[in-house]
Design a protein around this ligand. Structure first.
Ligand code: CMC
Length: 437
């Protein structure tokens, strides 16, 4: 059956063009022949922030933002969060299928085999100021790993890529824990391979003088679920950054460092830290109405609310809200949860948020749990980065195998001055003054 077509009529020329519709989309390049004069460049689509542009095809994560659905490789996030471990989900995201028991055993062992980092990394981290933000340290040390693994430049080899992916998944918690220990002035703790991925991370963060760290199973499970919930979210800002840098054939370490940098921003992964700062600032229930008023007047944003894709409750936020009770049973209740719930209640009844379809996102409640577990707000985005590492890598792998891969290079609509004569420096002042008059 022939493909369906979209017919466009250019009113400037009365010419009609037929564009092929495939997967409910048209190719932007098919717009190029649309021009008024033959010497023109041709029609572009203009889409700041890529709100309606598909930059790739993908088979990893599905989101239906209107219905609040999130699936990894077809599996609902709720089922994965309840029944899987993070490393199992990492395998699923990277390889497309859930592992068998035997495959998972090998995979977990492979991950453990790569948890150590070169001793010089400690010296590298030691070079940071005592109050350096852990995300800044993480971005830099991930990029620095590129210098330890020059073989990673061989991106054409699938076997080689697999090795680098393993290294990154394994070493991210180690780098994150080292950054944290540095900020606390504490000695670095080596990985303990008898522990699970998440338990070992807790060991590297919190072990003191005890010979063997014994993590709380409830907290370890909660953190593992949080890693699962953050593992992938299709073409978000940081994943698109990973793909953009990767498209230049850069190695995965520098590409992932770039993705971490994108995540650091308060509109993306940095929102979890910003939510806590916001709750601290609000301070009490009585302050909520005046805070909401400031938000509605456009003076600030309600952090942890709203999403480019979800126009419904973020399914990850629902799961996180449930985990909070398990965590609080061990740690005691974080009083900020009441403040957050009240903020949510008021916002969800308010016309401003209802009209714009703004709901709590993944970052609204996660920080409150992290804080109850003992994490400082500066670490929240680092935790997001650990979970998201496999998502970034799965997309990078997909890009490497994509027959349509080309270097990412968007177009622009140039609105600046036309060609003009150079002005010698001695004549510029007079020109500026005459412009100001
Ligand atoms: N508080 C108040 N108003 C908001 C908010 C908010 N959190 N989010 C969006 N709006 C308003 C915005 O002012 C605009 O109103 P108007 O139409 O009157 O100009 C409208 O809603 C649409 O907003 P937008 O900025 O065009 O939406 P976007 O899709 O470009 O931005 C967002 C999405 C997540 C950046 C934004 O909702 C936001 O800044 N939220 C707060 C930061 C946050 O929680 N980020 C974490 C996102 S989830 C984790 C992740 O995956 O990164």
């Amino acid at each position: 059956m022939p493909s369906p077509k979209l017919t466009i009529t250019d009113q400037r020329t009365d010419k009609a063009y037929e564009l092929t519709i495939e997967n409910s989309s048209v190719r932007a390049l098919d717009l190029r022949p649309i021009k008024e004069n033959p010497e023109e460049f041709g029609m572009l689509s203009y889409d700041p922030g890529y709100t309606n542009t598909a930059s790739c095809t993908s088979r990893i994560t599905f989101i239906d933002g209107d219905k609040g659905i999130l699936r990894y490789r077809g599996y609902p996030i709720e089922q994965l969060a309840e029944q899987c471990t993070y490393t199992e989900v990492a395998y699923l995201l990277l390889y497309g299928e859930l592992p068998t028991a035997a495959e998972l055993k090998v995979w977990n062992k492979e991950i453990k085999d790569h948890t150590m980092v070169h001793e010089n990394i400690k010296k590298f981290i030691d070079g940071f100021h005592y109050d350096a933000h852990p995300m800044g340290m993480l971005v830099s040390t991930v990029a620095a790993l590129s210098t330890y693994y020059p073989d990673a430049k061989n991106i054409g080899s699938r076997t080689n890529r697999r090795l680098q992916q393993l290294r990154l998944i394994s070493k991210m918690p180690t780098l994150a824990a080292y950054a944290y220990r540095h900020s606390q002035g504490l000695p670095y703790i080596y990985p303990d391979i008898e522990l699970s991925y998440t338990e070992n991370f807790m060991n590297m963060l919190w072990r003191r003088a005890e010979p063997k760290y014994e993590p709380s199973p409830v907290l370890a499970k909660a953190l593992d679920v949080l890693f699962i919930l953050h593992a992938d979210h299709e073409q978000n800002c940081s994943t698109s950054t990973m793909r953009t840098i990767g498209s230049s054939n850069a190695d995965p370490y520098v590409s992932l460092a770039g993705a971490c940098g994108a995540l650091y921003g308060p509109l993306h992964g940095g929102a979890n830290e910003a939510v806590l700062t916001m709750l601290d600032e609000i301070g009490s229930m009585e302050r909520i109405p005046s805070f909401i008023k400031e938000v509605k007047e456009g003076e600030r944003r309600l952090m942890g609310f709203g999403h480019r894709v979800y126009k419904n409750y973020d399914p990850r936020a629902k799961i996180i809200k449930k985990i909070a009770d398990d965590v609080f049973e061990i740690t005691g209740r974080n009083p900020k949860i009441e403040l957050a719930k009240e903020l949510e209640r008021i916002a969800l009844e308010d016309d401003y948020f209802v009209k714009r379809r703004l709901y709590p996102n993944v970052d609204f409640y996660s920080g409150i749990i992290y804080e109850a577990m003992g994490f400082k707000p500066e670490m929240f985005t680092v935790l997001f980065a650990i979970g998201r590492t496999v998502g970034w890598l799965a997309h990078w792998e997909e890009l490497m195998e994509d027959p349509e891969r080309r270097i990412a290079r968007p177009r622009q609509l140039y609105l600046g001055p036309n060609e003009r004569e150079f002005v010698p420096i001695e004549e510029r002042l007079g020109r500026l003054q005459s412009q100001r008059v």
